[in-house]
Design a protein around this ligand. Structure first.
Ligand SMILES: [Zn+2]
Length: 480
């Protein structure tokens, strides 16, 4: 008779457990379970390792040979006096999540207006709310709450779309810098195809206002340590040739700079682009013609692509923000992520709020998994299914590549900025860890599919503690 299988020796974290608080600028050493993505095929898990972060917030070592934080401090030069953080049995360190596509001004509309398709949703919900940010005080109220919520949900880097208003967009940049979120931000450019006065006067004004935002961001964060500017045509169907040409010139004048735009979201949107920009062989050829296609270009959606689109995208090394939640809510279609990856095109995940109803990249991972499985149901071909390893990569390293930040964030490689989450799967929330999990990978899977902001205890960006359940609780319970 075989021995009964015993559960592994996991013990639940105490709900009131608070880690020792490191001072912001001191070197830090974390010791415990460390998990990150190495490639689309490999998640690396260290059950016990030490991660050293220097006083600038840069990762100096990842050492799996030491048995404690104290041993790591003794072994590594400059870390003798480091603040040490030893993780509890059901905690792990994970790279900060990266949201490659989010509409900041649409935040108040989350979960509303999903009855229609893209056109109806834009006209009834998006245009009115985006137009309302002519009132800059609204931007101050909304963005303050939104950026904190994003951080609490573990999004350490977000590529934001803004509204057509330079002042409100500058408020967004100021807010990200204030709360310590890494962000890519531009003013939205719209001249045609919109409703509710949600458009700009002319191409000159649009380019001028975009330029004002780029200058503002470069003034408040000259080194680009957190907030980075971008040029932001809403989509080919909203930006006529004279404005697209002006944005191309702005791109060349400010290079290197990022571009964020939408592409091939619905068949109608593709047709509208061709009507406005006659004579191009594909959507991608249009953006490429104006010089807006390159390794720093972030393209949302990319669902209804032609073979020619794929060719140009691969040649120019652009990145795709896959917004599975919003694509399903608006019944846009299925983004064929496998096809993009097979062509060597960079892919990250986006929440695309408010067309998507959740700001959580954990939710984006689940939705991306489901959409890939629907493609398998639809075609009968299992190759469309994204593996768990691929989902983890897309949410972290893939997002970093799409944002052209792969040398800065995305995993715990030495030399990168410490953008990280302390995750706890032993709390009284939705994650049912009870000792029967087979291994550390099971803990990660439980978090990805069952977790939320309650299981994210600490959020670091560039080594600075910026959010997390612990921080929120200490604010709630501290005496005045
Ligand atoms: Zn979008």
């Amino acid at each position: 008779m075989s021995e009964p299988v015993l559960p592994p020796p996991y013990t639940a974290s105490k709900a009131d457990a608070i880690l020792s608080e490191p001072s912001q600028n001191a070197p830090k050493v974390f010791f415990g379970r460390i998990i990150h993505s190495k490639s689309l095929k490999e998640i690396e898990i260290f059950p016990k390792a030490a991660l050293g972060i220097d006083s600038t917030g840069t990762i100096e070592f990842l050492d799996p040979t030491v048995a404690s934080a104290a041993e790591a401090c003794a072994k590594h030069k400059h870390f003798a006096l480091a603040t040490t953080i030893t993780l509890r049995p059901l905690q792990f360190l994970f790279p900060g999540l990266i949201d490659t596509h989010m509409h900041a001004p649409q935040y108040p509309n989350m979960a509303l207006g999903m009855e229609g398709d893209l056109k109806e949703w834009c006209e009834n919900w998006t245009d009115p709310i985006e137009a309302s940010y002519a009132d800059t005080s609204k931007a101050r109220r909304v963005y303050r709450e939104m950026v904190q919520k994003e951080l609490e949900n573990g999004s350490t880097t977000v590529a934001y779309n803004s509204s057509i208003h330079p002042d409100a967009t500058n408020v967004l940049a100021d807010t990200c810098l204030q709360f310590g979120q890494r962000a890519i931000i531009g003013k939205l450019c719209i001249l045609v195809g919109s409703t509710h006065d949600n458009w700009e006067k002319n191409a000159e004004q649009s380019v001028h206002d975009e330029c004002k935002v780029v200058e503002h961001i470069r003034r408040i964060d000259p080194a680009g340590s957190l907030v980075l500017p971008c040029i932001q045509p809403r989509a080919g169907s909203y930006v006529p040739p004279d404005l697209m040409s002006g944005l191309g010139a702005l791109y060349r004048a400010n290079s290197p700079i990022r571009v964020q735009a939408h592409m091939c979201e619905t068949p109608l949107e593709v047709a509208n682009m061709h009507e406005l920009h006659a004579g191009f062989a594909s959507y991608a050829d249009m953006y490429d013609h104006y010089g807006l296609f390159g390794p720093r270009t972030i393209l949302a959606h990319c669902i209804h692509l032609s073979e020619r689109d794929l060719e140009v995208m691969a040649a120019r090394k652009v990145g795709v923000a896959h917004n599975a939640n919003s694509n399903t809510c608006l019944t846009d279609g299925w983004c064929r992520v496998r096809q993009l990856l097979d062509k060597g095109i960079k892919v990250g995940l986006g929440t695309d709020c408010s067309a998507g109803y959740s700001i959580s990249i954990l939710n984006a991972m689940r939705q991306a998994s489901n959409v890939s499985r629907h493609l398998t149901i639809h075609t009968g071909d299992p190759r469309w299914k994204l593996s768990f390893e691929e989902l983890v990569y897309l949410a972290t390293m893939g997002g970093a590549e799409v944002c052209s930040l792969e040398d800065t964030v995305g995993n715990f490689a030495v030399g990168k900025a410490f953008d990280a989450l302390v995750v706890d799967v032993g709390l009284e929330d939705n994650i049912n860890t009870n000792g029967w999990e087979s291994d550390d990978m099971a803990l990660l899977k439980k978090w990805v599919f069952l977790g939320d902001d309650r299981s994210i205890r600490k959020v670091f960006v560039g080594g600075r503690l910026v959010a997390g359940k612990d921080m929120k609780e200490s604010r709630l319970f501290s005496c005045a």
